[in-house]
Design a protein around this ligand. Structure first.
Ligand code: PLP
Ligand code: LYS
Length: 413
């Protein structure tokens, strides 16, 4: 958390109030550079998974460093293009693509579609045909590998909705000649998120590479292999041991040593999670029958991960008090028991008005935010060398209600 000096966060809180997200430009740049360095010399495209943090300013930072985008919606596509990520660095993933999205992505000229079902492949063929173009496509393989992560963010097991089996993919390639508007020449796999163990990657990548070789032997050209994202980060210092990026890169280099095409990576969390904190102010300490509740002004609508995945995030008061730690249940104001950031967490004694930062909030924080309980979306700022810039101002209550209306006219159904 050294990228977040308490005095700076305090000064910002006085100017824009709380809760707010703060992201460190240096921290994001450092992650981009280490990923690029680890893969130097290889034909690699880094396509940042926009869903992790889709703020335009974060996307612009990616664009400025030559990073592309992995998108799953037209909203993500438009954000990426607006931020300056060229269409030829965008891959389009997701199990639910519809004709309108495919058509818009073809019009924009995205690099590749990661296709996840036979139905989607036929739709891609039809839409590309009616547009008179040829779509570049990769088949998303479901390698049936246990990523050993939280069940809700595991995506590479046969029972998950993502991708298709190697057997099915084999049939797609056998029939590829019938697709005159789809160039099926890529493989894709993404086995899950917050992966802290290299072995699931090894297994999945070996399966993909074995299949690639089989396809090449059968006469198919494979121009790209997209190995997805999934690299885990440290949420619990001293407990979470992330994969060393050099080890990951070595695995990829070794596994694909014979492959001469383009490798794509889709990291999301790894690039931004540890580069962000959520700053919140204590509203009050409430003394329960057998516990102390520290009620803060951020809630599950601002950062959903603890409620959704029981995720553990570091919570650090910005003040220093030379007193013994106190155990708190850190909770937000939302009317759900699940609106809990931590239970029985030992930390320096807090009082109303104290500021705290919640760590590891740069990924899947703001992007998963909602206005539940009619709480406006929080502000977001970028920190850069002692300065800050607001990259999303706090939503107003009027903005939150914009688009809603009392019934003006009733239409026959
Ligand atoms: C297809 C795809 N690629 C990339 C990612 C990014 O994952 P992560 O943030 O774990 O790197 C995801 C989300 O898990 C995804 O679904
Ligand atoms: N939203 C999840 C990650 C899901 C990854 C999306 N494919 C999280 O907060 O950890």
């Amino acid at each position: 958390m050294s990228n977040f000096p308490p005095a700076e966060l305090d000064a910002i809180a006085r100017q824009i109030q709380t809760p707010y997200y703060a992201y460190s430009v240096q921290a994001i740049r450092a992650r981009i550079a280490s990923l690029q360095n680890a893969f130097r010399g290889l034909d690699v495209r880094i396509c940042y998974a926009v869903k992790a943090n889709s703020n335009l300013a974060i996307l612009q930072l990616m664009a400025l460093h030559g990073v592309g985008a992995d998108i799953v919606s037209l909203g993500e596509m438009q954000r990426s293009l607006k931020a300056g990520i060229p269409a030829e660095r965008i891959v389009f993933s997701g199990v639910g693509k519809i004709a309108e999205e495919i058509d818009a992505a073809l019009a924009a000229g995205v690099w590749r579609f990661n296709v996840e079902s036979a139905d989607e492949l036929q739709l891609l063929q039809r839409v590309a045909c009616s547009r008179g173009v040829c779509a570049r496509a990769a088949v998303r393989i479901n390698p049936d590998v246990d990523a050993r992560t939280h069940a809700k963010i595991s995506t590479g097991k046969a029972e998950n909705k993502f991708g298709v089996s190697i057997d099915e993919a084999r049939r797609w390639f056998a029939d590829a000649a019938s697709l005159d508007h789809v160039q099926l020449d890529g493989l894709h796999a993404h086995i899950g998120s917050q992966i802290l163990d290299l072995e699931p990657f090894r297994l999945a990548l070996q399966r993909v590479e074995a299949f690639r070789r089989e396809l090449v032997e059968a006469g198919h050209a494979i121009a790209s292999v997209d190995i997805g994202g999934g690299l885990g980060v440290v949420y619990r210092p001293g407990i979470d041991t992330p994969i060393e990026i050099a080890d990951y890169a070595a695995l990829v280099r070794d596994t694909f040593a014979e492959f001469k095409g383009t490798l794509a990576l889709e990291p999301g969390r790894w690039l931004v999670a540890e580069a962000g904190v959520l700053v919140t102010r204590a509203i009050r300490v409430k003394h329960g029958t057998d516990r102390q509740f520290l009620v803060v002004d951020a809630a599950m609508n601002d950062l959903l991960r603890p409620s959704l995945y029981d995720a553990w995030h570091q919570i650090v008061p910005l003040h220093g008090r030379d007193e013994p730690d106190v155990a708190y249940d850190v909770v937000g104001p939302v009317c759900e028991t699940g609106d809990t950031f931590a239970q029985g967490r030992a930390m320096p004694r807090c009082e109303a008005g104290d500021l705290l930062m919640i760590g590891g909030a740069g990924a899947y924080g703001a992007s998963m935010g909602s206005t539940y309980n009619s709480r406006p979306l929080p502000a977001e700022v970028l920190l850069d060398d002692g300065r800050y810039a607001v990259i999303r101002r706090r939503q107003t209550i009027a903005e939150m209600m914009a688009g809603e209306q009392f019934p003006q006219a009733w239409h026959e159904t």
